[in-house]
Design a protein around this ligand. Sequence first.
Ligand code: NAD
Length: 354
Amino acid sequence: MNTILVTGGAGFIGSNFVRHTLERGKIKIINLDKLTYAGNLESMADVMDSPDHIFVQGSIGDRNLVKQLLCEYCPNAVVNLAAESHVDRSIDGPADFIHTNIVGTFELLEAARAYWSQLNGAEKESFRFLHVSTDEVYGSLGPEGYFTEESPYAPNSPYSASKASSDHLVRAYHHTYGLPVLTTNCSNNYGPYQFPEKLIPLMILNALDNKPLPVYGDGQNVRDWLYVEDHCRALLTVLDKGQPGEVYNIGGNNEKTNLDVVHTLCDLLDEVLPRKDGNSYRKLIKFVKDRPGHDRRYAIDASKIKRELSWMPVETFETGLHKTVQWYLNNQEWWRRVLDGSYRGERLGLGNKL
Ligand code: NAD
């Protein structure tokens, strides 16, 4: 049986990754998560009792704890999904982003390097450190072109700058120490268990509660959307077949303006849950002051991972969005407990967010 140390496994992508990986079987997961506001044990309720899943509350910045976990469970891989991940929060207060995304990744790398250096033979050969990152490190595109693995880094927000910094550290640990690292840079994810501060769940939940649907600026910022399970499949593919030291861009080839996304969501909701007053959910759209430094367009060229590792997304934007809307409709208790803060025993007041 293989063992993976997953960090940030109580977050959005992390909880989907843990569930998806356990479903494959023959794997043990040690899940290290600090349980910040974004970490939610209720996102893992169905896997908490699995004998193949061990949850540990703690920080990637706690080198001794990570070393202890590595020595005790002898994983074949570390998958680093722990991060502060919300751009708006990084603008309001960058400090946590620096501590977790940069210093935390450094501490995790140090612990992994110490562990890996004392492995021998096949165990040492097959060990992998997979660092999960974002396409935002590449900055903003004009109307043409795509981010490739060779695109220069040009991060524009404290969030993307902190992720860029962590990517550089990961790269350096390969070049300097030979640590067998893999880095993935992925486009915007959506799907079940996403914290409702992010665009798609925020719009669904506000629509269901008849609240305004806030769209930044003119709504013409473009993002490339990927269903979270497709991202999880890509991560396992990179872990299985990726070349140490390599970077793989992951994207869904689904470029949409924010306004397009909100329109599509409104149309879907009009179909599955028409409003009582007969109006479309589109009536709730409200344009709000743009985010400072808002990147205009991200678009991923994912041809390397397709060509070299044979990964392709399974979902289209339409099928993925349909599943997502259905999931939020069927899992009201999960998100109502997030909105009122009871998922962590305190009131966050997120229900009052526009
Ligand atoms: P998230 O905010 O939903 O989850 C992050 C998790 O990390 C939470 O469970 C949180 O408790 C945990 N965490 C935070 N600080 C920690 C620390 N110091 N030690 C241990 N755990 C800690 O984020 P997400 O959307 O699941 O993103 C996961 C990773 O994927 C991030 O690195 C992010 O940059 C990257 N990514 C996200 C997207 C996206 O669209 N969501 C796209 C590309 C890349």
